[in-house]
Ligand binder design. Structure first.
Ligand SMILES: Nc1nc2c(c(=O)[nH]1)N[C@H]1C(S)=C(S)[C@@H](COP(=O)(O)O)O[C@H]1N2
Ligand SMILES: [Mo]
Length: 198
């Protein structure tokens, strides 16, 4: 391969062919959801391969123990944003609420408007993943996923579902929204797993 290594490419915090930005680009398909009454319009469902499914209200969700995580965002379209601090509900606090069946090996995250993102169960359960309501000390803005978004630091940022509304446990991997549109099933930024054929 012949290409000029940029300053970023030599930096071990920035995966190949990514450029660091200091802004916070907004990227998604479809409309930003609007809520006027979260008690009436919002719930969070944990379902699929669980002994008993659970649905949480916004209030119940926010009453769960909180934690923080930091990440470097790597968007598949080529921008990276370093040193983000996220606050929210750690993945283990949510998974505690259900008994996941042993045959579950994958997770599908469900977001507003039917948007989805898939990942292996073991990646979903990685400590540091969380359901965030805050970024860098501020409540999320609607375009960045308010009231709640997932954050999975080790994969391309498209797996970090904004406006997340549910977790479905699955036996077999299934394509989520961007995966059906040609994105990679896994999405490791260090291996440049951008598209299905990468
Ligand atoms: N619900 C939903 N979540 C989504 C997306 C989307 O289209 N819908 N796009 C993903 C992509 S491709 C990226 S890069 C990030 C962008 O998050 P940001 O707008 O907060 O930067 O959200 C991810 N989560
Ligand atoms: Mo993205």
């Amino acid at each position: 391969m012949f290409y000029n290594k940029t300053a970023e490419a030599k930096n071990d915090r920035v995966p190949p062919n990514q450029k660091v930005t200091t802004g916070f680009p907004v990227l998604h398909y479809g409309e930003v959801p609007e809520y006027t009454d979260l008690a009436a319009q919002w719930s969070f469902r944990i379902f699929g391969l669980v002994e008993e499914e659970v649905t949480l209200s916004y209030e119940q969700m926010m009453a769960l123990p909180k934690g923080t995580t930091t990440n470097d965002i790597h968007c598949v379209t080529g921008w990276s944003k370093l040193d983000n601090v996220w606050e929210g509900i750690p993945v283990e606090e949510i998974v505690k609420l259900v008994k996941v069946k042993p045959e579950a090996k994958y997770v599908m995250l469900h977001a507003e408007h039917g948007w989805t993102a898939n990942m292996p169960l073991s990646d979903f359960l990685t400590p540091g993943n969380l359901f965030a309501n805050k970024h860098n000390g501020e409540e999320l803005t609607p375009d960045h996923g308010w009231p709640l978004r997932f954050v999975i630091p080790h994969l391309y940022f498209w797996k970090s579902a904004k406006w997340v509304r549910g977790i479905e446990f699955l036996e077999r991997d299934k394509q989520g929204f961007w995966e059906k549109n040609g994105y990679h099933m896994y999405g490791d930024p260090w291996k440049e797993q951008r598209f299905a054929w990468d």
